[in-house]
Design a protein around this ligand. Structure first.
Ligand SMILES: NC(=O)c1ccc[n+]([C@@H]2O[C@H](COP(=O)([O-])OP(=O)(O)OC[C@H]3O[C@@H](n4cnc5c(N)ncnc54)[C@H](OP(=O)(O)O)[C@@H]3O)[C@@H](O)[C@H]2O)c1
Length: 335
């Protein structure tokens, strides 16, 4: 039996998450029972929401009990199967946890359709971050051709797909990102019409005004707080604000008090949050759409790959310091 290396959550962070909140252990992987499969983890997705699962009472999901394997989704290869429909060598995605060799019931697995894209595509442009951008913009944002779209955290996992979807749909897109390199990526690789380096702008609202001179029909908000407030000042009539995430608020001592809600009312706009998991029944629709654009070469995705399971806690902290350049994943085992 292979050794299952695991990272267990041992402490609840007050601030930034990091290696000090985890401990590594190893045990023999468990043989699958009837209906289960033994897996070898290949990629783990590192997502901002994981930070909230580490703390009590701050998440839309149950917090992770101390001493348990850190929760997280990813892609794995089947090593041994006692489940109908799965054989050794199959590629699957599941909530694997931060461990190298989980044994999981087949009902929690989704087989990868490698006709749609490569294994790397499934963790990137066909993965949940991309699917989040798809439903957030189209269903919540009600995206229409010629909309003026603004996307924050535009160089990140969700943001870079949102920028491109808006562009493919014939919209004018502006992206907000931290630093010159990320802004160059958003404009050059992703094709945004305008970019805002919020770290270099003393007045974000004025910068949005320059980048979006005709205002904003759809604001795709990954950041919350002062960025959301600044974006509200530029809403056009009938604007839609998509509350995807609020990463700037994760470690805020006090929640930021939004001041510009009057602008939403004046614009007769609407603001709506969503969770991608509620679109579970429609993931195939998103992936088919994204895969078509991947196949014709138009959909780009930059993955930021960290090597080895022990990098996962370091990676989680990187998200909150803006140190990831693209969709952040950990490669647990070489493919
Ligand atoms: N609603 C859903 O179902 C759903 C699903 C997935 C993700 N999300 C949300 O989508 C957002 C993006 O997630 P992701 O996985 O794609 O992460 P990501 O954008 O790849 O990485 C996070 C980025 O956020 C930016 N950031 C960090 N701290 C910030 C701060 N204080 N102020 C402004 N920007 C900050 C950084 O980019 P810069 O260097 O550009 O600042 C960082 O690289 C998150 O808020 C996440 O919670 C929501």
């Amino acid at each position: 039996m292979p050794v299952n290396h695991r990272l267990l959550l041992m402490a609840r962070p007050e601030g930034m998450p990091g290696p000090e909140h985890f401990t590594a252990d190893a045990e023999a992987a468990r043989s699958p029972r009837e209906g289960e499969v033994l897996l070898a983890t290949v990629y783990l997705s590192i997502d901002p929401a994981m930070r909230s699962w580490m703390s009590e009472g701050t998440s839309y999901q149950q917090h992770i009990p101390l001493g348990e394997v850190m929760r997280g989704g990813g892609i794995a290869r089947v090593l041994e199967s006692r489940a109908e429909g799965f054989v050794a060598g199959d590629w699957v995605q599941a909530r694997l946890g931060w461990q190298t060799h989980p044994t999981i019931h087949a009902r929690y697995l989704q087989k990868l359709d490698l006709g749609l894209g490569t294994v790397e595509d499934w963790i990137g442009p066909l993965g949940l971050s991309a699917v989040t951008a798809y439903f957030g913009l189209r269903d919540i944002g009600g995206l229409r051709p010629n909309d003026r779209v603004l996307v924050s955290a535009a160089a990140g996992g969700v943001g870079q797909i949102a920028v491109q979807i808006a562009r493919f749909e014939g919209c004018r897109v502006a992206g907000i990102a931290g630093g010159a390199a990320k802004c160059a990526f958003v404009a050059g690789e992703l094709g945004a019409d305008a970019v805002i380096d919020y770290k270099a702008e003393p007045n974000l609202s004025a910068a949005i005004g320059r980048a979006c001179p005709d205002g904003v029909d759809v604001y795709f908000d990954n950041v919350g707080g002062a960025t959301l407030d600044a974006a509200l000042e530029h809403l056009r009539h009938g604007a839609r604000v998509v509350l995807c995430g609020r990463i700037s608020q994760t470690h805020a001592a006090e929640p930021y008090g939004i001041r510009n809600l009057g602008r939403l009312a004046a614009a007769r706009g609407r603001m709506q949050g969503f969770l991608v998991f509620n679109y579970h029944d429609r993931y195939d629709e998103a992936r088919t759409w994204l895969a078509a654009r991947r196949r014709d070469g138009s959909l780009r995705q930059r993955l930021h790959v960290l090597e080895g399971l022990t990098q996962a806690p370091i990676g989680l902290g990187m998200l909150f310091r803006g140190e990831n350049a693209g969709k952040l994943v950990v490669r647990v085992k070489a493919v």
